[in-house]
Design a protein around this ligand. Sequence first.
Ligand SMILES: [Zn+2]
Ligand SMILES: [Zn+2]
Length: 356
Amino acid sequence: MIQSCKCEDGGQKIIGVCTALNCQSKRASCVECLKQLHLQHANKFLDLKKLQVFQEDQMKTFSYLKKLQNDFNRLKSILDNFIVSLNIEAHEKNIECQTISQLNSLTDKLVKLNYIEQSGYLIKSFQNLIQNMEDAKNNIQRLKIEYTLNEFISPSQNICISVNSSQLQMQIILSLYRQQKNMNTLVIKEKIRFSQQYKTDNIVLKDQETMVQTTDDKFGWVLCEPGIIQNQFVKNFAFEISKNDWLAIGICHKDQFLKQKGNFDIWDNNNHGCYLIDQSGKVFSQLKIEENNKSKNFKINNQDIIIIIVDKTNKKIQWINQTQNTQLWIMEFDASQDFYPVVCLRKSSIKVIDLK
Ligand SMILES: [Zn+2]
Ligand SMILES: [Zn+2]
């Protein structure tokens, strides 16, 4: 049984749901909520009849995923059985102590294993599979990041505004819509990579420049390219922490950052040109000295994925821990200058992930 709408003007009948992925407003809506919160993406608003059809379509996607899962499980059980028949037990390792029938059974397994190696085709097919599995794993990770991203982007639209909204409120909504449109139209094609040019010597790049690590015990830093261009209003990217001794992640104004040359220092003053958070929960700001080198209540751990949302319109940079689904920190920045994603690290390793 469907209840009535939970908005301020409560009591109205639910007429449908919003299926826009990045919609920040409650999905089930009354007619007033539709007008005020979902008008810009009204093509994604479905009445309950259409929702039924939508559900049937999406069930097909789910069935497909289930089929993939079954195929994988079937392959796993075939592989399990195959390997079990070739298993060399501990007592078989000592050849001297075998009976004739044990020796024959052991020799049989060794001959079969040798044939697997010599013929090569089984191992080759699994090598190809593993390469594709890596791709699939990355794509699942990417989807999870994109879902989280949509939860945290432009949270100001989360408010359900009263039905008798004033002219001013309407204007606010309209300007939010325009911002959203700008975000959608300004997408850069070039993927974010670590820079070969702007880095310290003790940093090596791996995996097509998506991964960096330090080669000694000293501090290092590396910028990512491309930077954020003049007419781009929002940029999202993420860092996956592979190994973590000390590291700080965020953005920097390139020219100001590069002026430091060898004297990398974000602790004693705030003229470093960066906006960073480090793994121990400290924040660093170029803009506000009172927000520089200050401890806050969060930690970054190994394997965490940290999403960074840079919003030029609102002059805000936001760090989100995708693994824990929490906002770590939000900070104001100088949006009048260019900026580049940046990683500072010591005895650590980190991967960059480009997001839409
Ligand atoms: Zn409502
Ligand atoms: Zn919506």
